[in-house]
Write a protein that binds this ligand. Structure first.
Ligand SMILES: [Mn+2]
Length: 338
């Protein structure tokens, strides 16, 4: 008989100790925040309030509209708007990145005012990036930062409630893209199963996260998908999203983030690159792989980062040159795979 799937606990006890020692805590996440960082941050916010901490949640830049359901009481302050000054605090926790450049310019204010700054993350540390702060908690086996946040909250010995559960569930559901990317671990599902006992309407969260398309977006997708270029016997796809087309369809930049994952549903693909034109000769590149080749190294060549099979970079330069180089790098990896 098979044994039941068991949750694989993460050892966050040192982190929990640091949190217990702090009275005033600032929580934040990377700029252009997403459901994972936000959900982890909000779960900690609700949890830390419960155990009597003084907590501030600060996003570096604007929180996309689709996440407003996580922040109904508007607890999140947006640093790039005018917010009250950052006061002296015992601890700052930064979720879903270990790269301080993705927290600038808030990071400098945290350095000036916080006794301890810790990253709580599941991304690999970049070879050529800045070192994370000492004692940061980085576990690349975790499928989401929400998974780490779950174990932190367990370690704090508090009672879960619907607010905490919805935030954690958002984190895990978003980063696993509805349980597609679970790093071959039962944790995402087992944690979600526990969280569901507190949540009245989980399908509503799925809709908030994924059923957000406007009809303009569908027309935009139709246009974009008709322009995909294929290489290496349809194993590689490349798509450029033109800034004019994004604006013409009334989309904001966050609206194009899911396009690369849609492309990855093409059955012949091993990898894809998407270039979103943000300004003249300036592109946000996103790379994805189905797991046979790594794409983090390619992003790093362009001073970017991310995960082994999902990475990105901001690129300045001539589109065709950059595209050809990226296709070449992807192609080489395909040829050299074992
Ligand atoms: Mn994440």
């Amino acid at each position: 008989m098979r044994t039941h799937a068991k949750i694989q606990s993460l050892n966050v006890s040192e982190l929990v100790k640091k949190i217990n020692q702090a009275q005033t805590i600032i929580l934040t996440t990377h700029k252009q925040c997403d459901g994972d960082g936000l959900g982890a941050m909000m779960a900690l916010y609700y949890g830390l309030k419960k155990v009597g901490k003084k907590v501030r949640v600060i996003a570096v830049d604007e929180v996309p509209k689709k996440y407003h359901f996580l922040n109904p009481e508007l607890h999140i302050e947006v640093f790039e708007k005018n917010i009250p000054p950052i006061q002296k605090s015992d601890l700052a926790l930064i979720f879903d990145t270990n790269d301080k450049r993705l927290v600038a310019p808030l990071f400098e204010k945290l350095e000036e005012n916080c006794g301890v700054i810790l990253f709580v993350d599941h991304h690999p540390i970049l070879n050529e990036g800045p070192e994370p702060t000492e004692n940061s908690y980085i576990e690349t086996q975790a499928a989401s930062t929400g998974e780490i946040a779950f174990f932190i909250l367990k370690g704090l010995n508090l009672h879960f409630d619907e607010s905490i559960a919805r935030a954690l569930y958002t984190s895990i559901t978003f980063d696993t893209q509805l349980y597609r990317f679970v790093r071959n671990s039962p944790n995402s599902h087992l944690i979600a199963a526990e969280l569901l006992t507190y949540i009245h309407n989980a399908e509503e969260i799925h809709r908030y996260l994924f059923a957000t398309h406007t009809k303009e977006k569908i027309s935009f997708l139709a246009l974009a998908f008709s322009q995909i270029e294929y290489f290496a016997h349809n194993q590689i796809a490349v798509l450029k999203l033109r800034r004019d087309d994004i604006l013409k369809h009334n989309l904001d930049m966050d609206d194009s983030r899911d396009v690369i994952d849609m492309i990855m549903n093409i059955n012949s693909l091993q990898a894809a690159a998407l270039f979103r034109e943000d300004a003249t000769q300036e592109y946000k590149m996103s790379l994805r792989s189905k797991g046979q080749i790594e794409v983090l190294g390619i992003a790093e060549e362009f001073q970017g980062g991310g995960h082994m099979f999902a990475s990105g970079a901001t690129i300045k330069g001539n589109y065709d040159q950059v595209k050809n180089r990226v296709v070449e790098l992807l192609h080489n990896r395909l040829k050299n795979r074992r």
